[in-house]
Design a binder for this molecule. Structure first.
Ligand SMILES: *[C@@H]1O[C@H](CO)[C@@H](O)[C@H](O)[C@H]1NC(C)=O
Ligand SMILES: *[C@@H]1O[C@H](CO)[C@@H](O)[C@H](O)[C@H]1NC(C)=O
Length: 355
């Protein structure tokens, strides 16, 4: 007697369940259809799920079937050009601008290869199979922050240029410094080396000295109407620190170590020519000066980054090009050197006509 009644009672429940599941399937279907608008999207999801490389699984922080929140926020990246200082600048600029515009930043495999051997960087990497399939919109940056960079449009933006100015990322400098944390083995090796330089002394103040030579020795006078750091500049900068810290020692790295040995006075016993000058693997030299307490830099983004990471006092070569140099089209001193850094003007007399 009671049995049919109980069946009658359960029938609507069954119907409700059926209707509910039909609606769910239809909405899921529609959702997937909507995403099919981007043909590469399907390819990407398929490719990503067949990847076995663990590094690449971070590209999709999601479970199969649910489009990732990160992918919804687009894919922003930056070109991977130049050497260490440029690569760091491109990375930091992408990190900051993507965040500012509410998009997810990813780096190209080449940049990952360059920077991840030195630093504990965290931005996910775009699998190389995907790079060519994404409909990038290139967006060129000059090397200083501008109002329009707060409103860059596009879901698949590739920033281009050689940006490294602190004006892009100084407002989040703690995060940027965190990204450029050295791997433990590099830090340990560097600490050991610096301790060795200290010798029997109880305390020393380490001054990292980066002397940029190499291609710039020709580029500066011939292309940029400028000079590179000379003997006089380095002497003035070193004397500033010698007067301030009685225990200062100078740790010199350069891609022109021979010039340094001939032009930096080491007779006081406080100068160490520490750099190996290997441009192909710049990480060791860079770590050395970035771990010093203060910095003397000359020119170039490598020195600027070493100073930024070291975080103490920085002396830089100022006004090293003639007025009207084409350099000012791509370089704005106030956006390259932090306001608290100390500039020593260059001697431009080698560029002036001989009287
Ligand atoms: C100076 O640098 C050395 C080497 O990195 C470090 O051990 C020391 O704590 C620093 N000193 C100061 C005062 O920051
Ligand atoms: C560089 O030149 C500018 C313009 O002449 C001047 O204002 C500035 O003080 C100079 N910088 C240094 C460090 O001498």
């Amino acid at each position: 007697m009671y049995l049919p009644e109980r069946r009658l009672f359960s029938r609507p429940t069954l119907v409700i369940c059926l209707v509910f599941f039909s609606l769910l399937s239809v909405s899921t279907f529609l959702h997937l259809q909507k995403n099919n608008y981007y043909p590469w999207w399907r390819i990407s999801i398929k490719n990503i799920f067949t990847l076995s490389n663990h590094e690449h699984t971070s590209f999709l922080n999601t479970t199969p079937g649910t489009p990732s929140k990160n992918l919804d926020r687009g894919i922003w990246t930056v070109n991977s050009i130049g050497r260490l200082g440029n690569q760091m600048g491109e990375y930091a600029t992408l990190y900051a601008l993507a965040k500012l515009n509410g998009h997810q930043a990813y780096i190209l495999p080449a940049m990952h290869q360059y920077l991840a051997t030195i630093f504990k960087i965290t931005l996910p990497v775009i699998p190389s199979e995907l790079v060519g399939k994404i409909p990038w919109k290139n967006y060129h940056l000059h090397n200083w922050m501008s109002e329009e960079y707060h409103h860059i449009q596009g879901k698949y933006v590739r920033l281009t240029g050689y940006p490294y100015s602190y004006t892009f990322y100084h407002h989040i400098h703690q995060e940027i410094l965190q990204e450029f944390t050295f791997h433990d083995y590099i830090k340990e090796e560097t600490d050991r080396y610096l301790l060795q330089l200290r010798g029997q002394r109880k305390e020393v103040t380490y001054i990292g000295v980066h002397v940029r030579r190499g291609d710039y020795v020709n580029l500066m006078p011939n292309v940029w109407k400028g000079v590179v750091a000379d003997k006089g500049y380095l002497e003035k900068a070193m004397n500033y620190f010698r007067e301030k810290y009685h225990d200062a020692i100078f740790v010199v790295v350069s891609n022109g170590m021979d010039w340094c040995k001939q032009n930096i006075d080491a007779t006081k016993g406080d100068v160490y020519f520490a750099g190996d000058g290997r441009e192909s693997s710049p990480g060791r030299d860079f770590a050395l000066i970035a771990h010093c307490n203060h910095t003397i830099m000359t020119i170039g983004s490598y020195g600027i980054w070493a100073s930024y990471l070291a975080g103490g006092e920085t002396i830089y070569l100022a006004n090293y090009t003639l007025p009207g140099s084409p350099h000012f089209k791509v370089f704005k001193p106030s956006a390259a050197f932090l306001p608290e850094w100390i500039g020593i003007p260059a001697d431009l007399s080698p560029l002036l006509p001989k009287s």
